[in-house]
Structure formats: C-alpha cells, structure tokens
Write a protein that binds this ligand. Structure first.
Ligand code: GAP
Length: 515
C-alpha cells in the first residue's frame, strides 16, 4: 500500500473511532457518499463555519449574511442554467454494469502517465548526487515522451469538454484503450450527459408542474434575494451577500470519503460590483481567500492556485484554491467571476428587473458578481488530514513510544480544554475538578473526563485535538493550583485556577487568526 493511501485510511479510521464522522445509515450498510458527523465532527464543523462567517460577514461592513431555503421555485434552475447545463459526461460499462464519469476515466489515465514520470524521477534521483530535477524533466527522452502524451490528451479532453462533444470523449477512451478500472472490460456504451440535480415532487401539484429540485449550490438563493437584501440593508455597491447551507448533487463518481459527497455544505459569498471592475475584485478575493487559509497555519507548499481552462457556463474567469490532500492536490475552494449572467437570467425569466441604481454614476445597471465558494466538508477534510500526526511522544528517547495527535488549530479544536481528576475515586478531587469544569464551560466547549488513568485520558484528548488538559490533584485541594498540559509541546505548568480561563482563552480565541 502506498504511504499516501495508508495515511488516508488511517484518517478515515480515526474519524470513525473518535466520533468525528460515521457512514450514514451504517446499520443498513451505509448510503454511498453520504456521511454523518459525530460529536467532535459537529463541533469542528461548527467552528469552521464560524471562522468563515466571522471572517466574511463580521469582518466586512459591506457583507451581510442570509439563510435561504433549500427548495426554490423550479424556474430558478432554468434561469441559472442548471436544468440544461449542469451535467457530467457519463459512460457505462456493458459487462460490469458500472457507471463512470468519462472525463474522470481520462484524467485517471493521465495520472497513471504522471506516475510513470515520477517513477523515472525517483530512479534518477537515486543515481545522481547533484540531481537537477527540472533539467532532467526537460531533457530525459522517456520523460519528454510521457509529457508530450499528457499534453496531447489534456488538450483533447479540454476541447471535448468545452464543446460538450460526447462522441469525442468516447473516441478518446477508445483511442487510449482505457479499461473499466474494476474489471478490465473495454465494452463501453456511448457517452451521454447526466444531470446532477436531485428532484422531488411538491405535495399538492401533480406531474412536471410540481417538480422541485434540491439546490445544487447555495448561490441562487443569494441571487434571487439580491434586491430584497440591497433594499432592506441599503448596501451600496460594491457589497456582498454570504450564506452557509446544504447543497445536493447526484455525483456519479462519489469517492474519497467526504471529498465528493451527494449531500454536502457550502459557504458561498457573492460580491456585487460595477461592470468592468470585476477583474480588480477577482484579484482582490483571490488574495483574501488565500490569506484566510494561511491564517490557520497551513504551510505555503500545501496550497496553490489553479486557473480553469474550461469555464463554467456563467463565468468569464475562474480559479480553484487547491489543497494537497492525502490523494494529491485537489480543489478546496472556487473563485469565479460570474459576470451578470445570473441576475440577468433571473430578470429575463421572472420579468422583474434586477438592477442597481448607482448614485455616484447616476445610472442603472445589472451588477457583475465575484463568487467565493468553499465546501465545509472539504475544509473539514483538509483540516483533519493536515492535523493528524503519528509522532514519537515529545521528550521520549524511545522511538516506539508513539502517539496519535490531532494538531488542529486551537481556535477550531472541538474541545478547547479537558478537566481531568488525577484520582476518580477521591471525592474531594472529583468535586474540585467538576467545579472548575462548571466555571470553564461558561467560556469554552470543555470536557470533564474521569473514565480512565491519567495517561489514557491524555492520549484520548490528544486524539481529538484538545489544546489543553487541566489535571486536578491532591495538592490542588491545598494550594488552588492545577497542572496545565499543552497538547503540542506536552509542557506541563502549575498555574492558579483563576488563571486557567485566561491562559486557555488567549490561545483558542479566533481573534488571533482573524487579525
Ligand atoms: N456556486 C459555485 C459552485 O457551486 P463548485 O466549484 O461546483 O462551484 C464549490 O463548488 C465548492 O463546493 C467546491 O470548491 C467544493 O469545496 C464544494 N463541493 C462541490 N461539490 C462537492 C461535493 N460533491 N462534495 C463536497 N464538496 C463539494
């Protein structure tokens, strides 16, 4: 097993064992690509959402938040283009009866060739002392050949996707001799478009008239409320509307745990600007959003921008902020310049003008929009995959003395502080620890735990990422002092009980990362 997939499996197992994420309806063997968040997962998810909301809404006077309904008038999805264009190219294997995304099959083929290049590089690295990787990639015949193949396939794929050319996608699969990854069969159907929206039926209207969709993005709830929000809050352009909420997509390829789910949550912000100023604001939000990620301590080399070559039907520029997940660099957040596409389409289909009167220019116009859109679940996965470390216990000389620790940024940690009595059978210690817990719980999410030996309790708190443990012992009864243990350094300090809230508060306050 590769180190990467090994690390990913450990992460998935850790999430289940420690109450972060469970497979949905597990007692019935689960429902594919749908997950439930357990007690610590729900806390972490809430903290991620709070960090986003604080940074986007509370920190910007010109951004306001809303909470729109999941169900929307079906015409919404006609206007937005989702009924006609929110499709993935689907291909079935006639023998295995398995269904794949045609573009993903081709991308996986490209990844295999990339794997061959990486093998060549690794081999050469071992052979030469002063190895120059860039030079090697540019001059080695075999590597150059592989790279040319990748470039040619990538270009063919991009053209086929831009032109919605299903025949060409099938032709690429046949030309590259791509087989069903599970069975090896090459007996493929034609490629056809598959709409990703889930639909349901309104109770009191029969037939297509009553057909409703579960929203595939939260953004449309913002667009249709543009005038309501602008008028009721008297915002002046440029201004933004933010929203956090569930979205649903009938993904064909649903894999990699919570990376691609059928029910997920988005944090989206639409920023309304003057037409012609959209590229300035696109650059602005590109920088601001990257800073938001880095403020959590994510190292530079784990994040990168990826400009889109094929643009969605509504965009005139788009990029992803990619994160290096255990399975490689993948999209974490999208930043899109959506032009006036959505507001103009809703105006046209509804017959209601969605314009803004700009008092400075003394004219009416349909604003242009820059969108920032990030999946809560993907941010959760990025946070967890970066945080989970298996390390030799700090200070130990024994290389086998290891611990699993979640080094989650303290402001996002599910539990901020655990209060642990040294002896669970000593009533006076237990009472004192419970008193401290009852005080601290007024300030943060804390946990009282006396279910094991102190060593076991520490390990458990490390595994759920608690930044501080407070131990109450016999001496505490005399001197009103406790031991405070730091999750990352394992340094232990004796401090007065009155000081605990201040010490913990300083470290876990979101203020520091927001500033
Ligand atoms: N409103 C624009 C929009 O929805 P998108 O790139 O399709 O754009 C935005 O989605 C973000 O939503 C992605 O960057 C990703 O973080 C998250 N996302 C999209 N599909 C997802 C899925 N099936 N499972 C989990 N997260 C998803």
């Amino acid at each position: 097993m590769s180190q990467q997939s090994d690390q990913f499996k450990r992460l998935v197992a850790h999430c289940k064992e420690y109450g972060f994420i469970y497979q949905s309806s597990e007692v019935y063997d689960g429902l594919a690509a749908v997950y439930d968040y357990g007690p610590y997962g729900a806390e972490l998810k809430n903290n991620i959402k709070r960090y986003w909301w604080r940074a986007m809404v509370d920190m910007h006077e010109n951004i306001v938040g809303i909470d729109a309904a999941i169900f929307m008038h079906p015409k919404t999805w006609k206007a937005s283009g989702h009924v006609d264009a929110f499709n993935d190219p689907l291909i079935d294997n006639k023998d295995s009866k398995r269904r794949y995304r045609a573009d993903v099959l081709i991308e996986d083929h490209i990844a295999k060739i990339e794997g061959k290049i990486n093998k060549e590089v690794t081999k050469a690295k071992k052979r030469f002392d002063n190895f120059d990787e860039k030079m090697f990639r540019e001059t080695n015949g075999r590597v150059k050949g592989y790279q040319e193949k990748i470039n040619a396939i990538t270009e063919r794929l991009a053209t086929a996707m831009t032109n919605n050319d299903m025949e060409e996608l099938k032709a690429i699969i046949v030309d590259l001799d791509i087989a069903d990854p599970d069975t090896g069969s090459r007996n493929w159907t034609d490629v056809r478009q598959f709409n990703l929206m889930f639909s349901t039926q309104l109770g009191n209207i029969a037939g297509t008239e009553g057909k409703l969709y579960l929203r595939p993005e939260t953004a449309q709830g913002i667009f249709v409320n543009f005038l309501n929000v602008q008028k009721s809050t008297r915002q002046k352009i440029p201004f933004g509307i933010a929203q956090i909420g569930k979205a649903f997509r009938n993904e064909i390829v649903a894999r990699q745990f919570i990376f691609r789910m059928r029910e997920f949550e988005q944090m989206e912000m639409q920023f309304f600007v003057r037409p012609g100023e959209e590229m300035k604001w696109y650059e602005y939000w590109k920088e601001v959003r990257m800073k938001w990620h880095k403020a959590l301590g994510t190292p530079d080399e784990k994040l990168r921008y990826h400009d889109h070559e094929a643009l969605a039907h509504y965009a005139n520029a788009a990029l992803d902020i990619e994160f290096e997940f255990p399975f490689g660099f993948k999209e974490l957040e999208g930043i899109h310049s959506r032009t006036d596409f959505d507001l103009a389409s809703h105006s046209e289909l509804s017959g209601k003008k969605m314009q803004y009167f700009d008092p400075e220019l003394n004219e009416n116009y349909v604003p242009y929009v820059i969108e920032t859109s990030i999946g809560v679940d993907r941010m959760f996965l990025a946070t967890m995959s970066q945080a989970l470390v298996n390390e030799v216990v700090p200070g130990s000389d024994d290389p086998n003395n290891k611990r699993d620790v979640l080094k989650i940024p303290p402001a996002l940690a599910p539990v901020k502080c655990a209060i642990l009595p040294l002896k669970r059978n000593e009533e006076a210690i237990v009472n004192k620890a419970k008193d401290i817990f009852n005080q601290l719980k007024l300030s943060f999410h804390c946990q009282y735990d006396d279910t094991g030996s102190i060593g076991k309790l520490y390990r458990r708190q490390d595994a759920i990422g608690t930044p501080f443990c407070i131990t109450v012992d016999f001496e505490s009864l005399e001197d009103n002092m406790v031991t405070i243990r730091d999750r990352d350094t394992l340094k232990q300090e004796r401090v007065s009980i009155e000081k605990v809230a201040e010490i913990v508060g300083k470290k876990v306050d979101m203020k520091h990362i927001l500033a």
